[in-house]
Design a protein around this ligand. Structure first.
Ligand SMILES: [Zn+2]
Ligand SMILES: [Zn+2]
Length: 265
């Protein structure tokens, strides 16, 4: 990996609920978590169950950006080695809160008895819980955010590094206005991660649930000049055979994310 490369590792691309079994060995069963490396910086996008299989060499002070607070994007935090290790000082950026006490109050609703034995603030690493700003800079890495279209809200991230750009649009439901905004936000990006939870034939019954389909992702890719489309947030019931079959019918430059996959741009 070169100093100017932006590298994505898929730690979990399953949506809504983790699953396991031989029939999902190829695409994986852990929920949303992606590791991004760029020079000295490492960011985790979301903290689903995939977070617990983060490689041991993540930085001493891991940075986690949460797109929103649904369980499948948070459930890995409690068992992430980087959060229980006193040598570490994780920073967790929490959306939809005003300040640090707001960030703490939101996460304490899940990570506190009776749902979890300890509050995050009681862990030896004393993680820093921070409100997610509209934009963020860490070294040469910049993160821009934009609201997506999802029940309760969800942030989309555009991450740029030395002229490379990646857009993370999980838990996003297409729509005339929402798709136009995402197309602008993702303009000419090298890689777009796009929520394709549903098959085209499943979508009508799930309209309004805040997820999309591969065909709508391809339309946004073509409209915005995105170079490569990675489909994420696979439904728990979509096994390897189903995803492989759908993938065969996708245009060039489009695929479903596989847990463990590494993409360097
Ligand atoms: Zn989700
Ligand atoms: Zn969600």
């Amino acid at each position: 990996m070169r100093e100017t490369d932006l590298q994505l590792t898929v730690l979990g691309a399953r949506g809504s609920m983790a699953r396991d079994g031989q029939d999902c060995a190829e695409f994986g069963g852990d929920t949303s978590c992606y590791m991004l490396r760029a020079g000295e910086e490492t960011l985790f996008l979301d903290a689903g169950s995939g977070l617990i299989s983060a490689p041991a060499q993540y930085p001493k002070d891991p940075v986690i950006l949460l797109s929103h607070l649904h369980l499948d994007h948070l459930i890995g935090l409690g068992m992430f080695p980087g959060i229980s290790n006193r040598e570490h000082r994780p920073q967790i950026y929490v959306p939809f809160c005003e300040d640090r006490s707001g960030a703490e109050a939101i996460l304490d609703r899940l990570y506190a008895p009776p749902f979890w034995p300890l509050k995050l603030g009681q862990l030896e690493s004393h993680p820093e819980l921070l409100p997610m700003p509209q934009s963020l800079r860490r070294g040469d890495l910049t993160v821009e955010t934009m609201p997506g279209n999802h029940p309760g809200g969800c942030l989309m991230f555009r991450i740029c590094y030395h002229g490379k750009s990646l857009v993370y649009a999980t838990d996003f439901e297409h729509g005339e206005e929402a798709s136009a905004r995402l197309s602008d936000f993702a303009r000419d990006a090298d890689l777009l991660l796009y929520d394709a939870q549903y098959a085209e034939c499943e979508y009508e019954a799930c309209r309004g649930f805040g997820h999309s389909t591969a065909r709508k992702g391809v339309a946004i890719m073509e409209r915005s000049g995105v170079k490569r489309l990675l489909l994420v947030h696979h439904a728990p019931w979509s096994d390897d055979a189903i995803l492989r079959d759908r993938e065969r019918r996708l245009p060039a430059g489009t695929s479903y994310a596989r847990q463990g996959q590494v993409i360097t741009i």
